[in-house]
Write a protein that binds this ligand. Structure first.
Ligand SMILES: Nc1ncnc2c1ncn2[C@@H]1O[C@H](COP(=O)(O)OP(=O)(O)OP(=O)(O)O)[C@@H](O)[C@H]1O
Ligand SMILES: [Mg+2]
Length: 300
């Protein structure tokens, strides 16, 4: 039996134990919530994902939603830094069994909860079955409910990024008007579709001067998708304007939503959060956090 099969069996058994239903098809009954699980991803680095996750989380909070962030970004400016946090532990300590998940989750501004992952997630693909089960057990015992689970996947097409995107219910692909960001966004969707059959993506265009610029990025990408990957659905969900206050906020080690709530990019985040809430998730509501981890652990 290969490792993936072995794990799938363990996961199925675990679902059976929890639900008392063969195959674990029944949804979790106790302490369960069905948050939207949204991965924020990109082909090219530096397009604004981490800042988008932080600001969007604040926009959701201000609409009364309970938000959990998974920092899967191994880049330099990660979620801890944009929120000026200094977490002592990260998911590596959960994987190794040294810490409970509740000891690793940190509280950011406005009661946003954050799972610092950073380098702890570097080798998700190499985790042993035992380590995967540690993670699954911890997420099974997570007794706090959330409405939104946001994942900063990092950039590119490395295995972790693909797995986060596969396991999430919805994928927000971030692109800018730079040609390389558009071609890399296309490459990411192509890999997700041709190798994993993922068909639906949302496009958010960042750092543009006006709506027309964002729409032309969407047109470029969607023309390529229609031509070469016709089974993919790419939904345009809006844009965040380029905003000097954004940089000022970053220099003050806070987010634009905190320091400059009236600025154009903050308004963009509020509108984006409202728009996302107005359209229901486009996949069935089995995307809870535990289910996300189960999917993630059996991706490979
Ligand atoms: N709308 C915007 N207006 C102005 N500057 C922005 C905007 N969005 C992001 N930036 C700036 O772009 C830079 C990159 O942002 P960020 O680190 O969030 O990108 P990333 O996609 O997470 O990068 P990586 O792929 O390396 O993880 C930062 O300096 C950030 O301040
Ligand atoms: Mg980042």
């Amino acid at each position: 039996m290969d490792q993936a099969n072995g794990l799938r069996q363990l996961v199925r058994k675990k679902a059976y134990d929890m639900n008392g239903v063969k195959g674990g098809v029944k949804k979790y009954a106790v302490g369960s919530s069905f948050p939207r699980v949204l991965a924020v991803t990109s082909g090219k680095g530096g397009v604004g994902k981490t800042n988008i996750v932080g600001n969007l989380a604040l926009a959701f909070r201000r609409l009364g939603k309970r938000v959990l962030i998974l920092d899967g970004d191994l880049g330099l400016a990660n979620i801890d830094i944009i929120f000026s946090l200094n977490p002592a532990y990260n998911i590596k300590h959960v994987i190794s069994g040294e810490k409970d998940l509740s000891e690793v989750i940190v509280e950011g501004p406005e009661e946003i909860r954050i799972i610092p992952a950073g380098s702890g997630l570097q080798e998700l693909v190499h985790l042993t079955d035992g380590q995967k089960l540690n993670l699954l057990n911890e997420f099974d015992s997570l007794n706090e409910d959330f409405d939104i689970f946001l994942i900063d996947t990092g950039a590119g097409i490395s295995s972790n990024i693909i797995y986060f995107n596969l396991a999430a219910q919805e994928r927000i692909v971030v692109a800018t008007c730079e040609p390389s960001s558009i071609t890399d966004a296309y490459a990411l969707m192509k890999v997700m579709f041709t190798q994993h059959g993922t068909r639906s993506f949302k496009l958010l265009v960042n750092m543009v001067n006006h709506a027309e610029e964002a729409k032309s990025v969407f047109r470029n990408l969607s023309n390529a998708v229609v031509r070469f990957l016709s089974d993919i659905s790419l939904e345009y969900i809006g844009f965040i304007p380029r905003d000097d206050n954004f940089q000022r906020a970053v220099r003050q080690q806070c987010t634009v939503m905190q320091c400059y709530p009236e600025s154009k990019s903050s308004k963009g985040f509020c509108e984006l959060a409202q728009r996302l809430l107005a359209c229901s998730a486009n996949t069935p509501s089995d995307g809870n956090i535990k289910f996300f981890w189960k999917k993630l652990m059996t991706c490979h």
